[in-house]
Design a protein around this ligand. Structure first.
Ligand SMILES: [Ca+2]
Ligand SMILES: [Ca+2]
Length: 143
């Protein structure tokens, strides 16, 4: 377990790295698709956001405390993911929105790095995967 600094470029490199990004997208999608029907339902996506903790720590947005506000928030997130509005999120919709979110996070980070802890329980976090990619590059530069 360690700590790595990531900034906007780290996240952009991760998204631009087809191998790493696509593998992360496909792996997380498979994990999130609990009933294995090939698409994410509203509740599966909601669980995703609770697991990824994108709404608090990673997103920099405070999670509203009232349950109806949380539901409203999750509905608006789902609508963003569900590009063709057919009520489910397929892999391509998921990939495209995850990319959009990560690039928005990259813009938000800019050149001010944040510390990412490489924690075991956080295995689904895209930012952690970006941090790992950065850490592996550093390891290659300084063997
Ligand atoms: Ca499903
Ligand atoms: Ca859809």
């Amino acid at each position: 377990m360690g700590v790595v600094l990531i900034d906007g470029n780290t996240v952009r490199d991760f998204v631009a790295s087809e191998d790493h990004f696509n593998r992360s997208v496909e792996e997380t999608f498979a994990l999130l698709d609990v009933d294995k029907d090939g698409v994410l339902s509203r509740s599966e996506l909601r669980r995703a956001f609770e697991n990824l903790r994108l709404l608090d720590a990673d997103f920099g947005v405070d999670t509203p405390t009232k349950p109806d506000e949380v539901t409203k928030l999750h509905n608006s997130i789902f609508d963003k993911f569900d590009g063709d509005h057919n009520g489910t999120v397929d892999l391509e919709e998921y990939r495209s929105e995850v990319r959009t979110i990560l690039l928005a996070i990259a813009d938000g980070l800019g050149s001010s790095p944040i510390q990412m802890a490489l924690e075991d329980h956080d295995h689904q976090s895209f930012l952690r995967r970006a941090a790992e990619l950065e850490a592996s590059k550093l390891a290659n530069v300084n063997p």
